[in-house]
Design a protein around this ligand. Structure first.
Ligand SMILES: Cc1ncc(COP(=O)(O)O)c(C=O)c1O
Length: 368
């Protein structure tokens, strides 16, 4: 953890204090309201539940603090991504997407952007700079890409794509603002699924958009208000609570992942291993330059689909589930969704269990 992330983490839990009146609750209240008391001039206060909500304000304050940029809350990661794409693009423009990032973004482009006359191309994350960025209005990156964990150079993509006239959007879901800071590296917009580590308890879907460009923030905010894809106050409250412990959970998860990746790499049953923290990982040098931590996701390849399924099923401390970033370690064989990975490839999301206990359970399942 860098000094600035430690400082950010330390102040996060006390942000609410600035606005408290004597007798106010210290924790963020949950405001379930579609209607607000609104006589006369409606300016300057919460007006209607689709426009604003004090619990969103609370979670957006924490997200904005973590991103060091205004942040807007959304009901899921995909809602955040859609808001950016649909509010910033128009017919005739073209988008570049990662070929190996979260697949739903490509499906969205194919099913809904292309029929509106917004064309798209895809490119592998590891070679994202190859081919340049001429002709694109928006360049979308995800690094490390889910699930293969290839990386691209955020600062180089941002500089070159912006020079070519594109807006650059980074999906920072796999890293969180404690692990990687794309806005500091020059991208225009960060999107993230707070469904994952930021909430951390696998009980709510959520997302956010953050940008230091006021015009972009205004446009995305208008999209949310007019299209109506708004987060529920209870989910906002849950994510606010999750964010208060993100730093401590992320630290444990990354520490455990680093150790477990080193041990898995030596394991005779593991055919291939991807973790940006390993010195011989193809992304390691870049990861060491642009990431604060190496993350909690590990990609391990076992001999076959069957072996991978048996490993996941047998491990007593692995939750077989799609999604990642929860307090509980979870895993899945990504080829079951059609991702272009080996049939025996397992995406392992390391959770908050004590590290040695977790390793013992993983080693026992591999030995079985
Ligand atoms: C990298 C990435 N971005 C975005 C999303 C979408 O998030 P949500 O499921 O909250 O819509 C996911 C979901 O897995 C993801 O892995």
């Amino acid at each position: 953890m860098t000094d600035s992330s430690s400082d950010r983490a330390a102040r996060l839990a006390h942000l609410r204090r600035e606005g408290l009146e004597k007798g106010d609750p210290v924790p963020l209240p949950l405001t379930m309201a579609a209607m607000f008391h609104l006589p006369g001039d409606p300016a300057g206060v919460s007006q209607y539940g689709r426009f604003a909500n004090p619990t969103w304000d609370g979670v957006e304050k924490l997200l904005g603090h973590l991103e060091d940029a205004p942040a807007l809350a959304f009901p899921s990661g995909m809602a955040a991504i859609s808001a950016v794409l649909f509010s910033l693009l128009k017919t005739g423009e073209r988008v570049l997407l990662p070929a190996d990032g979260y697949y739903t973004v490509r499906v969205l482009a194919e099913r809904f952007l292309a029929p509106m006359g917004i064309g798209f191309d895809t490119r592998p994350t590891a070679g994202f700079l190859d081919g340049g960025f001429d002709g694109y209005r928006l360049v979308f990156i995800e690094t490390p890409a889910n699930p293969g964990l290839d990386l691209c150079d955020i600062a180089a993509v941002a500089a070159r794509a912006r020079a070519a006239g594109a807006l650059v959007v980074a999906d920072n879901t796999t890293m969180t603002p404690y692990g990687q800071r794309p806005l500091d590296l020059g991208v225009d917009v960060v999107v993230a699924a707070d469904t994952k580590a930021p909430n951390g308890h696998s009980d709510a879907l959520f997302g956010h958009v953050a940008s230091r460009n006021e015009t972009i923030v205004a446009s995305v905010r208008d999209w949310r208000k007019l299209a109506g894809g708004i987060p529920g106050p209870f989910e906002a409250w849950l994510v606010h609570r999750g964010l208060e412990t993100l730093e401590v959970r992320f630290e444990r998860m990354c520490n455990s992942a680093e150790l477990i990746a080193t041990r898995l790499r030596e394991h005779p049953r593991v055919r291939a291993l991807r973790y940006p923290g390993l010195k011989d990982d193809p992304g390691h040098a870049l990861a060491a330059r642009q990431m604060q931590r190496f993350g909690f996701l590990i990609g391990l390849t076992l001999a076959s689909a069957e072996e991978a399924e048996t490993f996941i099923e047998r491990c007593t401390l692995i939750q077989p589930a799609t999604s990642f970033g929860g307090v509980h370690t979870s895993a899945e064989r990504r080829a079951r969704w059609g991702d272009a990975v080996d049939p025996g490839f397992v995406r392992l999301s390391v959770g908050c269990e004590p590290t040695e206990e977790l390793w013992k359970a993983i080693a026992a399942a591999l030995a079985a």
